[in-house]
Design a protein around this ligand. Structure first.
Ligand code: NCD
Length: 311
């Protein structure tokens, strides 16, 4: 079902495929952790022995790039990296098509992050190995969505989900990918953003056509009591054509322990990095899940890599 496929957008999945990836991630999670206290060696697997991942990252990344690398290495695979455009021939003016044509002959699978929307889809048409979209501009970030769903599944909320996507819904690729995938699970969707950063119309149309129930507001206090998950995002400063527009909306939302008094059970997620959307005091509450969510990037990427590599 997955061997040799590309992963470009959550729209390319069926619900059954997503469920299969999440189940595989559960099976592989024992290999995701490092040394247990007192143990001489962490649990390792040789599932991906003899395979090589190329991480091509033309935009900044910490978690996504490292968790792809950790996922490969803990399953016995190997990794080569381009971690910035300045460090590659892109700085000399090489086009993506030539880079992919060559790199796909060097490795078994490619994770690509690129500032241009559609770059991964284009790369896939030149690649002889699977391309995983690790973020294409304001487009999509499908493996982030898979780890978001995995986190929600661990809370036993996947089939009774009422979720607010909060922050930059215009430029945020994580919320675009996630919203599409959530329409499979009959989630109630609340979109909370400043007026100028609303979820794009065409995405809302697609979601409604898929039967999703959507409400929109600018005010988080209006909906906090109606949701079991708040998915908070950073305002995507780098995507604003005009920095003064960014300055008008930065700091619009801030999750504080005071706000949590209105809904003591709500789970707080965030793809990270956070700027000031979540007060650090929230980190110690029973509501915070964002650091565990980031950890789940490892088992979920293990699942994706092993399925695409046919292991
Ligand atoms: C996100 C991204 O790159 O889209 N980060 C991530 O991969 N966890 C979110 C963001 O940058 O705001």
């Amino acid at each position: 079902m997955f061997t040799k496929r590309h992963i470009i957008s959550t729209r390319d999945f069926t619900k059954e495929e997503i469920d299969l990836i999440l189940t595989r991630a559960e099976e592989l999670e024992i290999f995701a952790r490092g040394l247990e206290p007192g143990a001489k060696a962490g649990k390792k697997s040789d599932l991906l022995e003899g395979t090589l991942l190329a991480n091509l990252f033309y935009e900044p990344s910490t978690r996504t790039r490292l968790s792809f690398e950790v996922a490969m290495k803990r399953l016995g695979g190997e990794v080569i990296n381009v971690s910035s455009p300045e460090a590659s021939s892109a700085a000399k003016g090489e086009n993506l098509m030539d880079t992919i044509t060559v790199v796909s002959e060097y490795c078994d699978i490619i994770a690509l992050r690129h500032p241009k929307e559609g770059a991964s889809r284009m790369a896939a048409s030149f690649s002889t190995v699977p391309i995983i979209n690790a973020g294409d501009g304001a487009g999509q970030h499908p493996t982030q969505t898979l780890l978001d769903l995995y986190t929600i599944k661990k809370e036993h909320l996947l089939d009774s989900l009422s979720i607010a996507l909060v922050g930059d819904l215009k430029y945020g690729r994580t919320v675009h990918s996630l919203a599409y995938a959530l329409s499979f699970y009959r989630a109630k969707l609340f979109f909370v953003s400043p007026e100028v950063l609303k979820m794009p119309e065409e995405i809302k149309m697609d979601l409604r056509a898929a039967g999703a129930e959507i409400s929109e507001t600018t005010d988080i206090t209006e909906i906090i009591e109606d949701v079991n998950v708040l998915y908070v995002t950073r305002i995507q400063k780098e995507r604003f054509p005009d920095p003064t527009e960014y300055n008008k909306v930065v700091g619009t939302y801030r999750i504080t322990t005071d706000l949590l008094k209105k809904n003591e059970e709500v789970i707080i997620m965030h793809p990270l990095p956070r700027m000031d959307e979540i007060d650090p005091d929230v980190d110690r509450t029973k509501n915070a899940r964002y650091f565990r969510q980031a950890f789940y990037g490892i088992p979920v990427r293990m699942a994706v890599l092993s399925l695409l590599l046919g292991r």
